[in-house]
Design a protein around this ligand. Structure first.
Ligand code: PEP
Length: 248
């Protein structure tokens, strides 16, 4: 059985005070047991947030990291630094990183390998643009991102990766994929894993859907067979809204 994962992606939002108020809310309103719950916060908030969430069962994750251990990489953070904060996940290859910061499948692959070595769970993002979808290229785009993102990762490690299917046209737009459409792509990703590794690996690996998920859509998405959770941007910014997503 795959444990569901509800992951918030705060992107470049929240001050320290706001993050602490959020943590207090989750302290007073415990999240559902049996569901993994995660907040991916801006780097300066990782340590105080992880500290404030101690005992709530809510994990903390970063939104990016460098694949080198240290060095002259101004503005970057390393896996060891993430570990030091108490965070245990990292989002890699989010479409905003790919589009705005020239992230490539090759760099995402190096980061995924690095995260696994450091004991940090990578959330490897993939997703097609509207143009690619309309041209009927969704399956090819997703396959390339998944295969290239996982290059060199052994079967024993791959089940420690979480894959997030996030169609670019659904992110922050209010346009969510239908549950059936989202499930179809998530099932296709699982078939790619079965092909690359084994059916056992495919059955164990968690696949999330992301793209304008909210209280109205979470229940339908979570009822699908191949969707193991959600990566949520906008609806994770309010504590009550985030909490509601964990109660599907
Ligand atoms: C995201 O940032 O990964 C995301 C899915 O955002 P939103 O939920 O706002 O579409």
């Amino acid at each position: 059985m795959r444990t569901p994962l509800i992951a918030g992606n705060w992107k470049m939002n929240k001050t320290l005070d706001e993050a602490m108020a959020f943590a207090r809310y989750l302290g007073e309103n415990p999240v559902r047991e049996g569901v993994d719950t995660l907040l991916c916060a801006p780097a300066p908030l990782l340590y105080p947030l992880a500290d404030a969430l101690t005992g709530t069962g809510v994990a903390v994750g970063a939104q990016n990291m460098h694949y080198e251990a240290q060095g002259a990489f101004t503005g970057e953070i390393s896996a060891a630094m993430i570990n030091d904060t108490g965070a245990s996940y990292v989002i890699l290859g989010h479409s905003e990183r790919r589009q705005l910061f020239a992230e490539t499948d090759a760099s995402v692959n190096k980061k995924t390998i690095c995260a696994l070595k450091a004991g940090i769970t990578p959330i490897l993002c993939c997703g097609e643009s509207l143009e690619e979808r309309e041209e009927g290229r969704t399956a090819d785009v997703i396959k390339a991102q998944v295969v290239n993102g996982l290059l060199g990762i052994a079967e024993a490690d791959v089940t420690g990766v979480v894959i997030a299917y996030e169609p670019i046209w659904a992110i922050g737009t209010g346009k969510t994929a239908s549950s059936a459409d989202a499930n179809e792509v998530c099932a296709a990703i699982r078939a790619i894993i079965a092909d690359l590794y084994s059916q056992e690996a495919a059955d164990a690996l968690r696949i999330l859907y992301g793209g304008s998920v909210n209280a109205d859509t979470i229940d339908g998405l979570m009822a699908e067979t191949d969707i193991d959770g959600a990566l949520v941007g906008g609806a994770s910014l309010d504590p009550a809204s985030f909490h509601r997503l964990t109660t599907f």
